[in-house]
Design a protein. Structure first.
Length: 565
């Protein structure tokens, strides 16, 4: 859907400040990737100011900075209890920049202070020995999701809001991540979300068009097809699209206000009549912006912004190439740091005031800093579940059967106040029950309570709308595109040896495994390194034409990349 608001959400002064705050986040992000000195660009950029080894991911970062900045405004306006989930968490500079500008980072790490010396340490430590990772990581305040292994952000977001009715999770999903099996499955998590007893998840699907070396699928299909896909998953999409900053600020602010009001209405209606809740259609935002937004447009005649070339480090050799060094300096100065930071390196007060305060800051939210809310589970004595094994190699016991009984009793012991087990992680707050995601021997779950299901249709005796158990099928996750294989259990298509159900099953040669496409025949899956070598020889295959194609997308070439990044 397009937002139909007529009255501008942002006045001119607020729009200017939001844009400046976003520029500050982008400036800090570029500085983390490149700089070890001269953090405020008070001197002409020199080779001595550049890190010896450049590592990081720029392409997703400006879009995430844009989102984080606008979420801050929404938190203050609606007094939201919100945390941020970075699905494309390889864009680590974004979450570090966001938490530094709001002040949380310096509170946790006092040596990364809010001044010029702190900025220098912030830049130097990034992706550096003894420093911090280039991906979103546990060291970063407010980060409960490491996004380097793509695909799990949305399931983690839903796990955080189950039985936590005050919490909202803004979950950013990259379009490369959206091609993974776990993420494709996770869209269905809205079937388990009860607005009367749970919080809310706001997915923000960030379509910037490219993965690490190839175009993405969801950014290349038509708008109509994308809307139908998301609508079929049970979501109502709102689109924010463009590349001009000021119109985009207004569009994003309007979209956030619209979806937050929808979420509030859904929750208010459900909590007035909690025994008569119907599954709602939750909103999501689709943000369409260039990959590497605000970065160099071209380098040596090659397109960078809006291209896969901006995915990691756009300017790879500034220390060796004087022209590229000048290009990097122009890029850094384009954010006008003197307008953003005072002479001591502190963010100017009028910009700092845009961030929420205290625990309303996403980096300081207790839900995203588990040690603040963690409570121990009451546990049964494991010795009570001992199994007699009279001799080695006997069958018929089944270790997961025994574990199922153990988990059943954990649920009983923690019934009030109840706590959660979610995908192998102990939850960090009191909740209503034990959650078993990807559970073991589910029949033991029903000894405690029925299974969560908000979908309409068949309701058997073991289904309930307000229980606290949800399961995501591992087999379903395997149906969606992974890095190299598309297969389901029993399909006959070969997987790793341990996943083959029978050595007698007919085998298909791996090199000729066919994948479905929209038209023009079938494309063959290729290993990642082969993908990158072949891309240098021939353009990638374009499955659709919607006005976004360029010279790197042609129909004839039989090359397809699906999966992570």
């Amino acid at each position: 859907m397009q937002n139909d608001r007529r009255t501008p959400v942002l006045d001119a002064d607020l729009a200017r400040k939001i844009d400046a705050y976003w520029r500050a986040a982008n400036y800090l992000s570029v500085g983390q990737i490149y700089l070890c000195d001269n953090p405020l660009m008070k001197e002409p950029l020199a080779v001595a100011h550049i890190k010896h080894m450049l590592l990081g991911h720029w392409g997703t970062t400006p879009g995430q900075n844009f989102i984080y900045t606008h979420l801050n405004r929404a938190i203050k306006k609606y007094d939201l209890d919100m945390i941020y989930m970075s699905g494309p968490g390889h864009g680590g500079p974004a979450v570090v920049s966001g938490t530094y500008l709001e002040g949380t980072y310096s509170e946790v790490y006092a040596n990364i202070s809010q001044d010029e010396a702190g900025l220098k340490r912030l830049f130097t430590q990034f992706s550096f020995p003894g420093g911090i990772p280039s991906h979103a990581s546990a060291e970063c305040p407010g980060s409960i999701h490491e996004g380097g292994e793509l695909g799990y952000s949305l399931s983690h977001a839903f796990g955080a809001v189950f039985d936590n009715p005050a919490l909202t999770v803004a979950c950013v999903i990259g379009d490369g991540e959206a091609e993974t099996g776990p993420l494709a499955t996770s869209w269905h998590s809205n079937k388990f979300l009860n607005p009367a007893t749970d919080g809310a998840v706001l997915p923000i699907l960030h379509l910037n068009g490219y993965k690490i070396a190839n175009p993405t699928l969801l950014a290349r299909i038509s708008r109509e097809e994308l809307v139908q896909l998301l609508h079929g998953y049970g979501w109502t999409p709102f689109f924010v699209e463009g590349d001009e900053p000021m119109p985009m600020h207004e569009a994003m602010a309007a979209a956030l206000d619209t979806v937050m009001e929808i979420i509030r209405k859904i929750q208010e209606d459900a909590r007035k009549s909690p025994d008569d809740v119907q599954r709602p259609r939750w909103p999501l935002i689709v943000l369409i912006s260039p990959k590497g937004w605000t970065g160099p447009k071209t380098i040596d005649g090659k397109r960078i912004e809006g291209s896969y070339r901006s995915h990691q480090v756009p300017i790879t050799d500034p220390a060796k190439n004087p022209q590229h060094l000048k290009l990097l300096e122009d890029w850094l100065r384009s954010y006008r740091p003197a307008e953003l930071f005072d002479a001591n390196g502190r963010l100017k007060p009028e910009l700092a005031d845009l961030a929420p305060r205290g625990q309303r800051r996403m980096g300081a939210n207790p839900n995203a800093n588990g040690g603040l809310l963690l409570r121990d589970l009451r546990m049964p004595d494991f010795a009570d579940y001992a199994v007699d094994v009279p001799e080695p190699g006997i069958g018929g016991i089944g270790d997961t059967h025994v574990l199922g009984k153990f988990l059943r009793d954990v649920a009983k012991l923690n019934a009030a106040p109840r706590r959660r087990l979610a995908r192998g992680l102990l939850a960090h707050r009191k909740t209503w029950a034990v959650q078993l995601l990807r559970s073991l021997h589910s029949h033991r779950r029903f000894d405690v309570q029925s299974a969560r299901q908000m979908a309409q249709g068949y309701r058997g005796s073991l289904l309930a709308a307000q229980d606290r158990i949800a399961e995501l099928s591992l087999e379903f996750a395997r149906l969606a595109p992974g890095s190299q294989r598309i297969y389901a259990s029993g399909s006959g298509l070969p997987g790793p040896r341990r996943q083959q159900e029978s050595r007698d099953r007919a085998r298909v040669p791996a090199a000729r495994r066919q994948l479905p496409v929209v038209r023009h025949g079938s494309l063959f899956a290729q290993p990642p390194l082969c993908q990158r070598r072949r891309r240098r020889q021939a353009p990638g295959a374009a499955m659709v034409v919607d006005g976004r194609g360029d010279r790197s997308l042609q129909r004839g070439h039989r090359h397809l990349a699906m999966g992570q990044q």
